[in-house]
Ligand binder design. Structure first.
Ligand code: FMN
Length: 221
């Protein structure tokens, strides 16, 4: 079992959000997962141009670090997202990463995988940003196991009890992966979402040949 942690703060080792992502990974590691931390801001990921090539061919014209990230995501059973609150949302780097995953939403890339998110904020909206990241994981088909938002309120470092909470969250993630945890409420919502994309992909099948072939090869049509 593999868990990928992705931090989107540009502050590198100084990032408090990164410390929470690391703590989640530590908890998942203790639960038996192989873990990997990715500093998203150290990667070269271009903006989505909305050309639609990914829907049509499965390929993006931008040959950059997203190619490798897609491989890492494919090989992971669990994904941990971390972003500081930048103007009541994720950082631009995380949003750019999300936009490049638009085809991952059409193709329900995270089906059968589990996820959670963490955020730190100067003074507000840490929970809202956490929820937004979890909603994005959910949109790609992942089952969400929890989230953690911390308001820093002038503290230089995330407090130990929050780090412990993040580690606990990692344990829950590891356990969910190991037991293939079912969440009936999320399963119902996933099925409704999948019906929406089934109709969308079918109605655009000539234009979005890759998406239609993917749905067909998965036996979802
Ligand atoms: C460009 C920018 C925008 C920010 N916007 C907000 C904001 O809207 N609300 C807030 O509470 N904190 C805001 N902050 C503060 C960060 O969310 C906070 O310092 C966070 O803990 C940084 O996380 P990091 O240590 O992982 O980089 C902002 C910081 C920056 C640099």
């Amino acid at each position: 079992m593999k868990v990928l942690g992705i931090n989107a703060s540009p502050r590198g080792d100084a990032s408090n959000t990164g410390k929470l992502v690391e703590a989640v990974l530590e908890g998942a590691g203790d639960a038996g997962a192989d873990v990997e931390f990715v500093d998203l801001c150290a990667l070269d990921i271009d903006y989505c141009d909305a050309c639609g090539a990914c829907y049509a061919t499965g390929e993006c014209p931008h040959i950059d670090d997203m190619v490798d990230m897609l491989d890492r995501i494919a090989g992971a059973d669990g994904i941990v997202l971390g972003s500081p609150n930048y103007i009541n949302s994720v950082t631009a780097q995380m949003k750019t990463f999300f936009d490049r995953l638009a085809d991952g939403i059409h193709c329900q890339l995270l089906t059968g995988k589990y996820g959670c998110s963490v955020c730190t904020a100067g003074g507000s909206h840490a929970d809202e940003v956490t929820t937004y990241m979890n909603e994005t994981l959910f949109l790609m088909g992942a089952t969400i196991v929890g989230g953690l938002g911390e308001l820093m309120m002038g503290q230089p470092d995330v407090p130990d009890d929050t780090v412990a909470e993040a580690k606990h969250l990692g344990g829950i993630l590891g356990q969910a992966i190991r037991t293939k945890m079912k969440d009936p409420e999320q399963d119902v919502a996933h099925e409704a979402m999948r019906e929406h994309f089934r109709q969308l992909v079918t109605s655009r099948k000539d234009e979005w040949a890759h998406d239609y072939e993917h749905w067909s090869s998965m036996g979802w049509l």
